[in-house]
Design a protein around this ligand. Sequence first.
Ligand code: UDX
Length: 462
Amino acid sequence: MFKSPTTHSRIAVIGTNYVGLVTAACLARLGHTVIGVDVDALKVGRLQRGQLPIFEPDLEDIVREQLAAGRLRFTLDYAEALSGAEVAFVCVGTPAGVDGEPDMRQVQSATASLAKLTPAGAYLVVVNKSTMPVGTGQWMQMTLNAHARRTGARFSVVSNPEFLREGSAVSDFLHPDRIVVGGEDSAAVEQVATLYAGLQSTPIVRTDTRTAEMIKYASNAFLATKISFINEMATICERVGADVKDVAQGMGLDQRIGPRFLSAGVGYGGSCFPKDVMALERLATGAGVEPRVLRAVMDTNQYMRQAVVDNLRTEMQWFHGLRVGILGLAFKADTDDVRESPALDIARTLLDEGAHVRAYDPAAMGNAARLLPELELCADAYAAVEDADVVLVLTEWPEFKALDYARVHNSMRQAVLVDGRNLLDSGALQALGFRYRGIGRGRGPETQAETQLVPSRALIAA
Ligand code: UDX
């Protein structure tokens, strides 16, 4: 599948969380010799034995394969990882700080370690893989140069942002739509581009560090914009009786729009979109630009969570004593990650208002329990909906499509189902007797009469 690269490089990967682990494993898979370095001794020991702290499809196989091939190993020792390394990938986290600005402490610490521990006289290409605020690359270059004057080491910093999605990170790394490499040193840019020689025919965008850093933020912000856009269309569809799933299909067939990231629902979560859109909004504001679109994207995303609760309040009058079954806690399917998950916000609001909430998620219950210990967790979906007045489907797990909804209906006290990811067949559920509410799914015939649809002003004026 991969052409062996013309050069096998010796690479250090700083940080072995999600981005670092995928990067280290896949670079080894491309034929390079990789040493992953981390500060967590327990994690390094487990990784060295092929035990991973995260689940990503195919990742464990690749790590074990590359450990056995001797192209991949893990260490606590920066000096060991850097001795002989030609390239060092910085894969430490830049989580959102309290004021929405990215927290750069891990980047500062990694930079200081690189400066201090790169062998005297060595030349090291430093590659920023994690999402880094615009300008970070140049700050790192200046910082490394300052230290280098003492040690005689030389550094070239390059930005090579990751575009990895949780649940498909290995596939996204080995089959990228594009590779972005930004740097002020063109030789270093070429050296990093060559690392990916095994990925035939992938377009490579060569630019400067600031532009490469901006490409990452702009890409995530645009994907989040698509989601908030279709969610705003869904809100309008609710009022005018249109079906946003068909709207999305009709839009997406336009090659200029494309069908992906147009699934309306309770909105986006995760460790990237919320953090990156907020960081870009802060960057714009700090640069004296009014980020009107970005603010609308964030406001709409927050609104979608509140809208589910408000719609439920209309349907059920009050929450005190209401029995709610939640299906799905992860921020999306195929992950155990609950960071910024709409489901947790919604569950927390219902609990605060006195509802009795039970929940089930195929992978995320451990993480959810840490953030929301008062949430009653169930062994399976049927247990979570038993005797419930309302069922909320909040994560697009495929297994929730395959449930026996006749059994669900018979086990509930009342039969209200809110499909927060438009995952289910509204007609089939209504035929089973559910009061089905999707997001932007227009109006079923039984509610058309009850709801005074908003006529367009043109009709009134005519
Ligand atoms: C995202 C970007 O896709 C990836 O390129 C970047 O490197 C990291 O952030 P990720 O956060 O893992 O990846 O998940 P993604 O699949 O993009 O979904 C993000 C959120 O948007 C999820 O909560 C998902 O449920 C939601 N979503 C996605 C929608 O609500 N509608 C859609 O159509 C697509």
